[in-house]
Design a protein. Structure first.
Length: 134
């Protein structure tokens, strides 16, 4: 297991102890910090980026995984423009070949908004990590 994932999981776990009446505004602030941690890890940690890619891939429906497309508008998995390319990279990461340097560069390529391709999925990654902790 990636040593960075427990650090992010610990941050998520700490936010869970906030009192219910205080939770909403504080949780939003912590989630932003967690999202920033996720963005930083994607940019600097190959294992974390690969694990995040695979976690999103696994969250998709079986049909979407099989065909590399987005069918369900359920805010889970890859968006339609990314589905084919990121499904290919996820399958490669899952295989014994792993991701190449070029594959990691695709994940880290920044869009016009300055966010990496995989970083666009930071909220999904945070939610998947939170489920893993709870």
């Amino acid at each position: 297991m990636n040593p960075q994932i427990p650090q992010v999981e610990a941050q998520i776990s700490q936010q869970s102890v906030i009192k219910a009446d205080e939770q909403q505004p504080i949780r939003r602030t912590l989630l932003t910090a967690i999202e920033q941690s996720i963005l930083d890890e994607i940019d600097s940690n190959d294992d974390f980026a690969t694990s995040a890619l695979l976690a999103i891939f696994e969250a998709q429906t079986q049909y979407e995984q099989d065909y590399g497309i987005t069918i369900d508008k359920n805010h889970v998995g890859f968006s339609a423009p990314d589905a084919k390319k990121l499904t290919y990279l996820a399958r490669r990461a899952w295989s014994s070949r792993g991701l190449t340097k070029a594959g990691l560069e695709i994940l880290r390529k920044r869009g016009k908004d300055g966010i990496s391709r995989l970083g666009r999925y930071r909220k999904q990654i945070a939610a998947l990590l939170e489920r893993r902790v709870n």
